[in-house]
Design a protein around this ligand. Structure first.
Ligand code: NAG
Ligand code: NAG
Length: 504
């Protein structure tokens, strides 16, 4: 009897188990189908917002007219049916038009030309919507996203293998974990930033904008964020599969980019600091052209940080497995160009070296007489989009005395957000006066206030990467400023005022 009862018991237990398993299967099937259908929580939220904003009259005085005159295609009033675009094939989830690997390989490798932007001709442009990768889920909110990215959102494992010992990224089940390491800082970026901050005025807001060249998964930028420094990181779309994609999934500002033959897409004097740690850019090559380009985008008084080879080659050439003489020559060239640029070497310790750009032309009198110093002829040093990079030095704007910062002294962050930038105050931006600038900022404060009223999620951590497609002078980004999000300011090439909010 005992036996029978226990076997009956066993049957009940196993049928309960079967039920549970079947139930779970159903649950996950439905969950999967629901996720696959693309209708998730975010869509419900979006629907809510659309419903709640149906009444446009609650913010009567905002204009949503376009403020630039782009041609968006034939505007046929007689046929008012909206055009419907179909989804592209699922193998195109990663398609990046001007960085398509197939097209890239048809260009020369010399000077990294093949890694620059090469956009498809008109007839090859796609007219379909890029689908999200299969299983895509809403990213974790910042700051968790700094350290975790759902695998499905960027399903590329090669870096977890290639950079395993350098702690760039690890694969853990259905997420990637980013421990904050890099080739030059396997112990994490924070310690490395402590070393930087012992030399650079980061703590008091003097250094606010940084450019990280050859950024990997942008861990430096991710960790600079907590020190109130916004780093624009860039890296090519190369064998380090998906590094920029990882950066963006993490919620760290990044673009695909490379030092090749065209200028960096930023106006002159836009960054307080530029940084390269093992970024593999041949700084000494092409008559110093790349360092001259860094000099162009650095503000007077800005810093250039180089860590890794060739710095401290004497102690490291063996571990780097490179000939002593080659590294020595590399460093000699860099020092020579830095001197020509009139940079001050502020620091060298371990494998890190830091130079500072001087404040004005007055403090660089010597180089005017240096026959090797060629100055750029172009008068518009801010016009960088698709302009050829040249091995010439961008002259400083005039300054009153040898103590003054050429082009004017910027306020420290966060006062900088609301202050009138010197470029505007001095009247060097055509069509923008102090009054119009202040009016413009006030206008954007009003707009953002209204946006926040309608969309309560704006500053909640739900949105991390925001793109302003017609950023003007960056008023939207300045008004939105929050530790939970960042705005990529994009200025269309057809915009009238090319000057953007680079002083914010
Ligand atoms: C909207 O604009 C009108 C006319 O310029 C003005 O009289 C009114 O006070 C404005 N309303 C708000 C809410 O700003
Ligand atoms: C910021 O700190 C640096 C270095 O400590 C100092 O030289 C500079 O004067 C400070 N700037 C301001 C505006 O406080």
């Amino acid at each position: 009897m005992a036996l029978k009862s226990s076997s009956a018991d066993g049957r009940t237990r196993s049928s309960i188990q079967i039920l549970i398993v079947a139930g779970l299967c159903c649950f996950f099937y439905i969950l999967g189908a629901w996720q696959r259908s693309g209708f998730g929580k975010a869509d419900i939220l979006a629907e809510k917002i659309i419903k709640s904003t149906g009444d446009c009259n609650i913010i009567p005085n905002l204009t949503f007219e376009t403020h630039h005159g782009g041609d968006v295609g034939p505007d046929d009033d007689s046929e008012s049916k909206p055009k419907i675009y179909q989804p592209c094939h699922s193998r195109l989830t990663d398609y990046t038009p001007c960085h398509d690997q197939g097209r890239a390989m048809t260009f020369p490798r010399e000077n990294m030309i093949y890694r620059e932007r090469h956009c498809p001709p008109q007839q090859e442009k796609l007219h379909c919507l890029i689908p999200a990768p299969k299983g895509y889920v809403t990213p974790f909110p910042w700051p968790k996203s700094r350290d975790y990215v759902p695998f499905a959102n960027a399903p590329y494992k090669s870096l977890t293998v290639e950079k395993a010992i350098q702690n760039w990224v690890q694969y853990e089940g259905n997420v990637f974990r980013f421990p904050g390491g890099g080739t030059q800082f396997p112990q994490g970026a924070d310690k490395y930033i402590d070393q930087l901050a012992s030399v650079l005025p980061i703590a008091n807001g003097t250094v606010r904008t940084a450019l990280d060249t050859g950024c990997g998964v942008a861990s430096l930028g991710a960790y600079l964020w907590s020190r109130n420094v916004i780093a624009m990181s860039f890296a090519p779309r190369d064998s380090h599969e998906a590094q920029v994609q990882f950066a963006l999934e993490r919620g760290v500002p990044a673009v695909i980019g490379v030092f090749g033959t065209v200028k960096l897409p930023y106006p002159s004097r836009a960054f307080d600091m530029a940084h390269c740690s093992r970024c593999l850019i041949p700084w000494g090559a092409n008559d110093g052209m790349y360092l001259m380009e860094v000099d162009r985008v650095l503000r007077p008084g800005g810093y250039w940080v180089l860590s890794g080879p060739p710095i401290n080659w004497k102690n490291n050439y063996k571990s780097w497995q490179r000939p002593k003489e080659e590294l020595q020559e590399e460093q000699r060239k860099i020092e020579e160009i830095a001197k020509l640029l009139c940079w001050d070497k502020k620091y060298q310790k371990g494998e890190m070296a830091i130079w500072q750009k001087r404040l004005n032309a007055d403090s660089c009198r010597g180089r005017q007489d240096d026959s090797r110093a060629t100055f750029c002829k172009s008068t518009d040093t801010d016009d960088a989009w698709y302009k050829k990079m040249e091995a010439c030095i961008t002259p400083y704007p005039d300054s009153g005395s040898s103590y003054e910062v050429a082009g004017g002294q910027l306020k420290v962050f966060p006062e900088r957000l609301d202050a009138v930038p010197p470029r505007v105050a001095s009247g060097s931006v055509p069509g923008v006066s102090v009054e119009t600038y202040q009016e413009y900022n006030k206008e954007w404060k009003k707009h953002v206030h209204a946006y926040k009223k309608i969309n309560k999620l704006i500053d909640s951590g739900r949105y991390r990467n925001i793109m302003d497609m017609n950023a003007g002078m960056g008023g939207f980004a300045a008004a939105l400023e929050s530790p939970k999000l960042w705005v990529m300011n994009v200025v269309p090439t057809i915009a009238e005022k090319k000057y953007t909010g680079c002083d914010i």
